[in-house]
Design a protein around this ligand. Structure first.
Ligand code: NAX
Length: 334
């Protein structure tokens, strides 16, 4: 048996974590032979709820789960981590200004970034889920200068999976028959779900998504807005935000970091831009198409970007730049 992998989940008493922890603990992410130590962090008022989550994890009697550590202390939570999945964040309350939300989150992710810097392994892989995910991820990265910036990513895989599923539903094929959709930019309603490089397997043959769907208006209209607004649609119907699908997407994202992406396929993740890819300004956490090998990601280069895509990619970059400016005002004044 290999050494256990030590994985932190923050927001561990919340609804995403409730599905996510089970997925990780039963081997969906790190494999069926990989023992695990799970660390659960939440805020002090949630410690009683967290005790219940720990009891349930114990009661699952899962062979891979060697230890569960539940805590409200960052020095305990971030110690010697291999993987940190940062799900907990300050939720937007009614009447709350966007700026106030960003400010509250800068405080959390600055502190957690500093804790990563101080207590975690330098090889730690950090995945940010809590919203605004891209900017929270950038804040954590800036607060952890001793950890390589390539180790940080934020979740746009739920949007990616939503895009895949919409095309599969439209064509009545399995979601795995749809490959290489792209989410560009921010995990927000300005994101750009792009089907122009996607392919679909129809009767054993790969064809371009536009050729398969035969409805350009939909792929350039309803498809995009459905994916952009899917989160809001789930809230409207369920009166709660996406949790099962978010947990599944986190499992997909981390598994791909750990084991790599399948040959010939790419996935979407928010990663740091160096200013050299697709005209995206430097130093933004922007969602790109990536391939991953040996736990190292690479942006898929050389895709043709038409004017329609260019405009949408720039809108979401602009929003990220604005968020970054606001966050950095607070970061320097904190
Ligand atoms: P919940 O409100 O159910 O759970 C959040 C948990 O985080 C709570 O238990 C809370 O006490 C805890 N928390 C708050 N501050 C904390 C801190 N400083 N340290 C540790 N824990 C802290 O929310 P849930 O539905 O689980 O969603 C969690 C986050 O994921 C939200 O920010 C949500 O907006 C975001 N999402 C991001 C997605 C993405 O694709 N990037 C998709 C799903 C989801 O909407």
């Amino acid at each position: 048996m290999p050494e256990p992998v030590k994985v932190l989940v923050t927001g561990a008493a919340g609804q995403i974590a409730y599905s996510l922890l089970f997925g990780i603990a039963k081997g969906d992410v790190f494999g069926k032979d990989q023992p695990l130590i799970l660390v659960l962090l939440d805020i002090t008022p949630m410690m009683t709820v967290l005790e219940g989550v720990v009891m349930e994890l114990q009661d699952c009697a899962l062979p891979l789960l060697k230890e569960v550590i539940a805590t409200d202390k960052e020095d305990v939570a971030f110690k010697d981590l291999d993987v940190a999945i940062l799900v907990g964040s300050m939720p937007r309350r009614e009447g709350m200004e966007r700026k106030d939300l960003l400010k509250a989150n800068v405080k959390i992710f600055k502190s957690q970034g500093a804790a990563l810097n101080k207590y975690s392994k330098k090889s730690v892989k950090v995945i940010v889920v809590g919203n605004p995910a891209n900017t929270n991820c950038l804040t954590a990265l800036k607060s952890a200068p001793s950890i390589p910036k390539e180790n940080f990513s934020c979740l746009t895989r739920l949007d990616h999976n939503r895009a895949k599923a919409q095309i599969a539903l439209k064509l009545n094929v399995a979601s795995d028959d749809v490959k290489n959709v792209i989410i560009w930019g921010n995990h927000s309603s300005t994101q750009y779900p792009d089907a122009s490089h996607a392919s679909v397997t129809l009767q054993g043959k790969d064809v371009g998504a536009f050729e398969a769907v035969k409805n350009d208006d939909w792929l350039k209209g309803g498809f995009i807005t459905t994916v952009q607004q899917r989160g809001a649609a789930v809230i409207k119907a369920r009166k709660l935000s996406s949790a099962m699908s978010a947990a599944k997407a986190i499992c997909d994202h981390v598994r791909d970091i750990w084991f790599g992406t399948p040959e010939g396929q790419f996935v979407s993740m928010g990663v740091i831009s160096d200013g050299n890819s697709y005209g995206v300004p430097e130093d933004l956490m922007y969602s790109f198409p990536l391939t991953i090998k040996n736990k190292t990601w690479k942006i898929v280069e050389g895709l043709c970007i038409n004017d329609f895509s260019r405009e949408k990619m720039d809108i979401t970059a602009k929003e990220l730049q604005d968020e970054k400016e606001t966050a950095f005002e607070f970061l320097s004044s904190e």
